[in-house]
Design a binder for this molecule. Sequence first.
Ligand code: S3P
Length: 217
Amino acid sequence: MPNDATGENIILTGFMGTGKSTVGRIVADILDYDFLDTDSVVESRYGTVSEIFAEHGESGFRELEHKVAMDLADRTGLVIATGGGLMLNPDNVAVLSASGRVFCLVADPEEIYRRLANSRKERPLIQVENPRERINELLAERQERYDQFPQIETDGRTQEEVADEIARRMTEPPLDGLGEVQTAPGLPGTAGGPGEVAEAVGEKIRQVKEKFTKPKK
Ligand code: S3P
């Protein structure tokens, strides 16, 4: 059951390979939100990303992910990991940032290249002769649009540490910038001011860390 008393979604954007889905799941766990990944929603409705690109091109895929963005913006209590190109569309930015707070995960291009080494097949945009160069080109093209959101560094940190930062930032008043424009939210379902909220999140983070560090049987 999502803890959605404030109605604020948490939207994660950033380039492929920055860890949006893995981090998003942990944030959802910490804050007791539901988790959704826009690519998975697209795939459950229309077929794999690769098939859609092959049959309808990038523009066909962008239309389908826009439909998904519109649908998700009507919901609450969600952590939404968006495909790396979804928040480049100003219409998607408008609807999703009105539904919650947006954070952009960032990583060094070389690190991105390394992280994507085993999953390039599922990512049509980097199925090219020189993926390293393509990653750099796409990052340069997209930089300005990613920069409009609060940046979350992922290099040299565990995914739990990155998730902790996002969960903590949800207890603080938003900074300026798109997706960070509302007044200070309370943690959903938690009574009290920002101090108590931060304490509650701290406790939840400890519990989730314990869960993730427990040896698997
Ligand atoms: C894309 C990123 C992918 C997927 C599609 C296009 C992009 O998602 O939506 O291949 O334009 O950056 P991830 O960011 O989850 O890899």
